[in-house]
Design a protein around this ligand. Structure first.
Ligand code: FAD
Ligand code: A2P
Length: 271
């Protein structure tokens, strides 16, 4: 269910932005859009600190990837609902017209600048790790820089893939980048705990060669042409990094671009 509103309320919080729409995808996942500070410039894939005013009068802030592309007039976020999570137990109840705090200082490693030029870009995510790639998949620069973009997203259940599925589906008819995306973006969603047309962990589908066979593309990854961005739980990131390094790819950073970059989708073991 999506709710929308026009932002007219007076802003009272420091660094306040107004919620313009909220969509609940499952009992554990929701997305929302807020007004964008006029001064905020960011690179698609970066994250900012957002939150609400805490009971003690101090802001309660958490890192959030910006899920919208850098050309968008608003900012979009894709969020978990942690039942007893200090922030998300409250954030999940926001409504259009409410205010959130947004510190306008974007940072992060999942950016084009941290990768050397290449031909194929792999976006590899579990759960809300999709968020930075929701930004990058909607950025024309992604398709200017690469011949092929492959989005692999794995969740336990089918319903958890729906935000990403609708986003990719919408890209095909998008006025700005529909034509650029056509034939270039390959989407490979999988589940691990509910029947779906493609199943299995990202790690297993890469190691076994299944994803290359299913998509009809050459494998494994080649450090000369393949670039990758990784965003998931710590265990996912560690396992995937080992696979990519086994294929000769090296981890890069803003200061030293290389063949792949990694960022944690959250800190902790997951819920
Ligand atoms: P916390 O006390 O922060 O977390 C409680 C526990 O919940 C954690 O220990 C962990 O086990 C689990 N958990 C927290 N976040 C997640 C998650 N996203 N998926 C699965 N389990 C989780 N969260 C988002 O929902 N969307 C984002 O785009 C996002 N981007 C992030 C970017 C970075 C660089 C980092 C470090 C974290 C990001 N997070 C994101 C996680 C976010 O910062 C918070 O942890 C989350 O909003 C929960 O806040 P909380 O206060 O309710 O619970
Ligand atoms: P699985 O169901 O086999 O554990 P979670 O909800 O625990 O954060 O997991 C999200 C998705 O990431 C699940 O599909 C899960 O698969 C998968 N996953 C968890 N750990 C890893 C890992 N170390 N490597 C690859 N995929 C993982």
């Amino acid at each position: 269910m999506t709710q929308t509103a026009t932002a007219t309320k007076t802003l009272v919080l420091p660094d306040a932005q107004t919620v313009t729409s909220v969509t609940h995808w499952t009992d554990r996942l929701f997305s929302f859009r807020v007004t964008r500070p006029q001064s905020l410039r960011f690179r698609s894939g970066e994250f900012v600190m957002i939150g609400l005013m805490g009971d003690t009068g101090k802001p309660l802030l958490r890192a959030y990837s910006i899920a919208s592309p850098n050309w968008d007039e608003e900012l979009e976020f894709y969020s978990i609902k942690v039942p007893d999570g200090p922030l998300t137990s409250r954030l999940q109840h926001i409504q259009p017209g409410d205010e959130i705090i947004l510190r306008p200082k974007p940072v992060g490693t999942l950016v084009h600048d941290a990768l050397l030029p290449g031909k194929r870009l792999w976006l590899l995510a579990t759960g809300t790790g999709l968020a930075p790639f929701a930004s990058l998949m909607r950025d024309p620069e992604t398709y200017e820089k690469y011949d092929q973009v492959i989005m692999m997203h794995t969740c336990r259940e089918v319903a958890e893939l729906e935000y990403g599925r609708q986003l990719v589906e919408g890209l095909k008819t998008d006025e700005l980048i529909g034509e650029m995306v056509e034939g270039k973006l390959l989407y490979y969603p999988t589940t691990t705990r509910e029947a779906f047309h493609h199943m299995g962990r990202v790690t297993d589908n890469l190691s076994s060669g299944k994803v290359f066979a299913d998509l009809g593309i050459p494998g494994p990854m080649d450090p000369a042409t393949d670039r990758a961005m990784i965003c998931g739980s710590l265990a996912f990131n560690v396992d995937l990094k080992a696979i990519l390094e086994g294929w000769g790819l090296r981890e890069g950073a803003n200061s030293e671009p290389a063949e792949f970059v990694v960022e944690k989708a959250f800190v902790g073991d997951g819920i």
